[in-house]
Design a protein around this ligand. Structure first.
Ligand code: ADP
Ligand code: MG
Length: 226
């Protein structure tokens, strides 16, 4: 139950050449722990998450999810792995406007080939875990930004992921609500034993994380703990 990146290099086409977005990156995230990834805009943080999420295949290196080397998997197998093992929280919640909070979560069960109706109790339990049990019937426009981000986090946990990847979840929130969202992610990481990567540009939230990795120009550095 963990996430490992080993010698991962990723380039994008850039004019006549290639731009190196990730340069020989190695990262180990054990189950039940949270690694923060910090770095300036354009340093490669979202690329790192996209590779860890198996949404982008790196030029070289290995991405191992829950002991499975993803390089050996077909496109279909990758989709299944993503739906069943990886929870992704993007910067913007991207909730479906016409669905209630509980339905946003039930859709995930449906995508994973399970009955949305049977998944309803679990969806309600997760909404409870993020403090939104009483908003289960609310649509996105009836929720605040912080509440929408909580639905987004609950949705990412719907299929019991091994790996939880979170990209700047607090960027649209004020400081207090941002801190509450980080606390929630930390608590859920420990309770559900996910291997969590949290990208953030705000270092003030990082007191509770297990390790902080810094990215500069695609190179990742994990300073040793004092
Ligand atoms: P961050 O999330 O830290 O802001 P990104 O991972 O989004 O950084 O981007 C890293 C670098 O890769 C940047 O120079 C960015 O312009 C470039 N980049 C990101 N996505 C693409 C893409 N799809 N095609 C080409 N270049 C990209
Ligand atoms: Mg980014």
């Amino acid at each position: 139950m963990s996430l490992n990146l080993d010698h991962v290099t990723l380039t994008y086409p850039d004019g006549d050449g290639r731009l190196t977005a990730l340069d020989d990156v190695g990262l180990d995230v054990p189950a039940g722990s949270i690694t923060a990834v910090v770095g300036p805009s354009g340093s490669g943080k979202s690329s790192l998450l996209a590779v860890a999420a198996t949404l982008i295949t790196p030029d070289s290196g290995r991405v191992v999810v829950d002991g499975v080397d993803t390089a050996g998997l077909s496109r279909t197998e990758l989709t299944t792995l993503r739906r069943s093992r990886i929870g992704i929280v993007f910067q913007q919640p991207n909730l479906l406007p016409s669905l209630t909070a509980v339905e946003q979560l039930q859709v995930m069960a449906h995508l994973d080939g399970r009955s949305p109706r049977a998944a309803r109790p679990r969806a309600l339990e997760l909404l409870d875990a993020v403090g939104l049990r009483d908003r289960a019937g609310s649509r996105p426009h009836q929720l605040s930004g912080g509440q929408r981000q909580r639905v987004n986090i609950a949705r990412a946990l719907m299929n019991d992921p091994v790996v939880l990847l979170v990209d700047e979840p607090t960027s649209a929130l004020d400081h207090e609500r941002g801190a509450a969202v980080i606390d929630l992610i930390t608590e859920l990481t420990h309770r559900r034993a996910t291997a969590t990567v949290l990208v953030t540009h705000d270092r003030t939230h990082l007191t509770a994380v297990d390790q902080v990795a810094e990215v500069h120009d695609g190179r990742l550095r994990v300073p040793a703990r004092a």
